[in-house]
Design a protein around this ligand. Structure first.
Ligand SMILES: Nc1nc2c(ncn2[C@@H]2O[C@H](COP(=O)(O)OP(=O)(O)OP(=O)(O)O)[C@@H](O)[C@H]2O)c(=O)[nH]1
Length: 465
């Protein structure tokens, strides 16, 4: 074989290989699920070089039943017209001296989400100088590579249930509370003229449903007014009057948006707190799913270093939706893990960092102080936009006591009420808002990954009646 022929064959093989590699890379890219928002016209870029969409929608996202907003710079307090109770006391803990709160960076690990793995940089094939080939022989075996094997081994991501209309879809889950408030009070109201015994019975029913004495008195008083107008003549009217009164009591004017939208130069930071077993980790995971479904890039911070399995549990939630996680060694300083999570979130240009804190007992003063420290340390890096207190609806009065202790340590901006599916005491929602002066923003209605719903007073009362 002469040299020219050999050179010709070599060039042909190189060209074919280059084409095959190019086609494989393109196919591989197409198979990846990208959680990063494509920069659209009119969106901003963060300054660290990574591209991120900065929300300019004013907080509302069409098509999602959840409402997200951007935290006000320098403030994480609620913007509410008239809190129903006196404001919660100022945090009493002294600010930590800076020397004690330096992050222990080597204590934490960043686990990237499967879909956010850095793209393999494919070196461009060396350009082969097109030598003049006299007679390019037809290549005998054109190396037919039909299907380049996908190199992406990322696990399949979960499909997330639609976020719109969740509370209505999950209304059946409130059936236990339905009987308690709806059936009996409506039965009495619909019976016509009410004597004092009937009014007492209504009060008892509301107290039993955990409305608390203050809300019960107001509701009964308002119902008496409604009936006194003489306009309540049918069961239908009675239902409408009860609905009006209950919705009023839930203060529909309160801002219930979750402050999870990014700022121009940093992610939103959401702290999730509560005693052990109330559903903090589960709620953090469920919230991550909603945010991912809404097109946000989420980073989880496993600041629950108290319970080893909590970080694993959170990591699993993250892997299922493609959210990264920053976790620490068991027993690591939770404040340090939280700090590292926020630093990583800023560097990576994510939209929101969700920090799951340890489920500490509210009676352990030292541990409660630790939560205050987590917030103060994080705030050296970025403002905490949202402090969500997770409360278990099934524990009733006890939950309220816990809530008050938390409110003394960190100023709460919202409540997540979990396990409403497992109680007949849905009335606790009224009481929490009344006594804490903080809106219930989200409710947990089951153990399923998508059983988290935004709290909407009208839909909630509808579900009760
Ligand atoms: N029925 C029901 N169960 C829930 C709900 N939310 C959470 N759970 C369950 O409550 C249990 C505790 O949840 P976790 O998320 O581990 O609670 P935690 O507060 O993080 O607990 P610690 O890490 O120990 O502090 C789990 O079995 C959850 O599935 C809910 O809305 N309804």
């Amino acid at each position: 074989m002469d040299t020219q022929l050999i050179v010709g064959i070599v060039i042909a093989i190189v060209v074919i290989l280059a084409l095959v590699a190019g086609a494989g890379y393109a196919l591989n890219r197409r198979r990846r699920i990208s959680l990063r928002d494509e920069p659209a016209a009119g969106t901003d870029q963060v300054t660290d070089g990574s591209q991120r969409q900065v929300d300019r929608s004013g907080g509302y996202k069409a098509g999602s039943g959840f409402s997200f907003s951007q935290g006000g710079a320098g403030s994480a307090t609620l913007d509410r017209p008239e809190p129903p109770t006196p404001p919660t006391p100022e945090p009493v803990a002294e600010p930590e001296p800076a020397a004690q709160v330096e992050p222990e960076t080597d204590e934490t690990t960043v686990v990237q989400p499967p879909a956010a793995e850095p793209e393999p940089v494919v070196e461009p094939e060396p350009v082969v100088e097109p030598e003049p080939v006299a007679e390019p022989e037809p290549v005998a075996e054109p190396a037919p590579v039909a299907e380049p094997a996908p190199v992406d081994t990322a696990p399949a991501l979960d499909e997330i249930a639609p976020t719109a209309g969740r509370l209505s879809r999950l209304r059946g889950r409130l059936s236990r509370s339905q009987g308690a408030i709806g059936a009996s009070v409506l039965g009495l109201l619909g019976a016509g003229d009410l004597d004092e015994d009937s009014w007492e019975e209504i009060e008892d029913t509301l107290v039993m449903a955990d409305l608390g004495t203050a809300a019960t008195s107001t509701v009964t008083e308002r119902l008496r007014e409604e009936l006194a107008t003489g306009k309540v003549r049918s069961a239908e009217d009675a239902r409408a009057a009860l609905k009006r009164v209950l919705v009023e009591q839930l203060h529909p004017e309160l801002d219930r948006s979750v402050r999870a939208l990014p700022h121009a130069d940093r992610p939103a930071v959401v702290l999730v707190a509560g005693v052990n077993g109330v559903g903090k980790t589960t709620t953090t995971g469920k919230l991550a799913r909603v945010l991912v479904a809404d097109g946000r890039r989420v980073l989880l911070g496993a600041a629950d270093t108290f319970r080893a399995a909590a970080a694993d549990q959170l990591q699993t939630w993250g892997e299922r939706v493609g959210a990264g996680i920053v976790r620490g060694k068991e027993g690591a300083d939770p404040a340090s893990v939280a700090f590292d999570a926020v630093s990583t979130g800023i560097t990576e240009g994510v939209d929101v960092v969700l920090i799951d804190t340890a489920g500490r007992l509210h009676t352990k003063a030292g541990l409660m102080d630790e939560l205050g420290k987590v917030k103060r340390v994080v705030e050296k890096k970025a403002v905490v936009d949202e402090v969500l207190l997770v409360l278990d609806a099934t524990v009733g009065q006890n939950g309220l006591m816990q809530a008050k202790v938390f409110a003394d340590v960190v100023s709460l901006t919202g409540v997540v009420l979990t396990k409403l599916d497992g109680t007949a005491k849905g009335g606790i929602v009224f009481r929490i808002q009344e006594e804490l002066g903080v809106p219930v923003k989200l409710v947990g209605l089951g153990e399923g990954a998508d059983d988290l719903a935004p709290f909407e007073p009208e839909a909630f009362v509808d579900a009760l009646l």
